[in-house]
Ligand binder design. Structure first.
Ligand SMILES: Cc1cc2nc3c(=O)[nH]c(=O)nc-3n(C[C@H](O)[C@H](O)[C@H](O)COP(=O)(O)OP(=O)(O)OC[C@H]3O[C@@H](n4cnc5c(N)ncnc54)[C@H](O)[C@@H]3O)c2cc1C
Length: 396
């Protein structure tokens, strides 16, 4: 991995283009191995990895406008600490595997390039919705900008959405402007456990309640550590009374449905959970189904023993398991189930003994490939890894 000075970056990318050399954009390199393998130049096993580690400045925090502009290599943990000092935050979960206080959360550029979000998307939407401006280097070294630095002046092509989840395949993100939010003053939560039909009824009630949950996550039976799956509800507000009132109503509704109810601090529970599962998964799956179908997935026998956390309003999230708990053929069954339930399953990480395609072909494959040719005509970037294109050619 090379980590060039910001002043040398553009010329280096131009030179790589002149040589038609394959390379992989990177942040801190914490999760580069997830997804399909990336090929290097002929005769080289590994691609050249170009890190934004030295592009690590917070450029501008416009606290009055609730926006922040950062260089792509700024660590997320550092950004959150700086925003917190001004009473604000980026409303984004710590990425999976970060540890309880975000020790290994990687860079802001890496976060956007992967495009994954956790349960906070219920209230604040996904990471692509938080991104309002972007600067990048194209494969030939041309610098390009899209969006702006204020929430309302987006004009031209929406490269922000294109680059969110691009996995380094379209260009090197160098700078980002994101929305910030005031740190919520009061928070509270419940863990609700019991039979799926009752939980589903409660899920619908929570989503229709006057105070929109900050998060409402499905926890699989294995993650709850008992005989039932659960719903983790978190509320945030400027008013403690509003939270108490809503929690009381949800508690009563849950008890009437015969659910077990536990009051808790959701942040503390998530931190404990992150600590327990740190670095402990052979399988890491990104999955999604239509939100109303999540209970069918949770009840599926192929899902037994799998740890999973899904945003209940969106039906998307992560699942993980040890190789001994989850043979490959069950992952294939789960992939078929997700498809049948209106969604997808991507394999981010798998045991060395397994060789599943990371993702199936998307119906938009021809468009994705056309965009790739436009941005990277020499196929230099993340060669072998293009989201939505099954380059392994192996059927899932
Ligand atoms: C709740 C949640 C769960 C998540 N779970 C996962 C998960 O399970 N697996 C996962 O991989 N990620 C996950 N993420 C995304 C995670 O935030 C990123 O993978 C992480 O930030 C990587 O940081 P890094 O700097 O180490 O990036 P790297 O590991 O260095 O790179 C990660 C990816 O981003 C690309 N990339 C990095 N920087 C740039 C850049 N400047 N320009 C273009 N492309 C770039 C790389 O090519 C690579 O594909 C999750 C995020 C959230 C919010």
């Amino acid at each position: 991995m090379i980590c060039p000075e910001p002043s040398a970056l553009q010329e280096l990318v131009r030179e790589l283009h002149r040589q038609a050399r394959p390379w992989l954009p990177a942040g801190s390199g914490s999760r580069l191995h997830w997804g399909p393998p990336v090929h290097g130049a002929p005769g080289e096993q590994e691609p050249l990895v170009l890190s934004t580690g030295r592009l690590n400045r917070l450029v501008e925090h416009c606290s009055g406008d609730f926006t922040v502009t950062v260089q792509a290599g700024l660590p997320l943990k550092q950004l959150q600490a700086e925003l917190a000092a001004a009473g604000q935050w980026l409303a984004i979960d710590w990425p999976w595997g970060s540890g309880p206080i975000g020790e290994e959360s990687g860079t802001v550029g890496g976060l956007i390039a992967r495009g994954l979000a956790g349960g906070l998307r219920q209230r604040y939407l996904g990471v692509r919705d938080q991104l309002i401006g972007l600067e990048l280097l194209r494969a030939d070294g041309t610098r390009a900008r899209a969006g702006g630095k204020v929430v309302k002046n987006v004009a031209g092509y929406d490269l922000m959405r294109l680059f969110t989840g691009s996995w380094g395949s379209l260009g090197l993100i160098t700078e980002l402007t994101l929305r910030t939010y005031p740190l919520p003053r009061h928070r509270g939560g419940l863990l609700l456990r019991g039979p799926l039909p009752a939980l589903e009824t409660l899920r619908r009630q929570c989503l229709a309640a006057p105070l929109m949950p900050q998060r409402l996550d499905w926890w699989s039976e294995a993650l709850c550590g008992g005989e039932h799956p659960g719903l983790l509800l978190a509320l945030a507000s400027v008013s403690r009374a509003a939270i108490e009132d809503q929690l009381q109503q949800h508690r009563q509704a849950a008890e009437a449905l015969g659910l077990q109810v536990e009051s808790l601090d959701p942040d503390q529970l998530l931190a404990q959970e992150a600590q327990a599962r740190r670095g402990q998964a052979d399988w890491l799956l990104q999955l999604g189904v239509l939100p109303a179908q999540a209970t069918s997935l949770l009840a599926d026998p192929a899902f037994a023993g799998v740890h999973s956390c899904l945003a209940a309003g969106a039906g998307v999230g992560l699942a993980w398991a040890a190789a001994t708990q989850l043979p490959s053929h069950r992952v294939q069954t789960l992939r078929r189930r997700c498809k049948a339930l209106g969604g997808t399953l991507s394999v981010l990480q798998q045991p060395p003994s397994a060789s599943l395609a990371a993702w199936d072909d998307s119906p938009a494959r021809p468009v994705i490939e056309a965009v790739k040719r436009e941005f990277d005509p020499l196929q230099q970037l993340a060669r072998g890894r293009l989201p939505g294109v099954n380059q392994a050619g192996v059927s899932a």
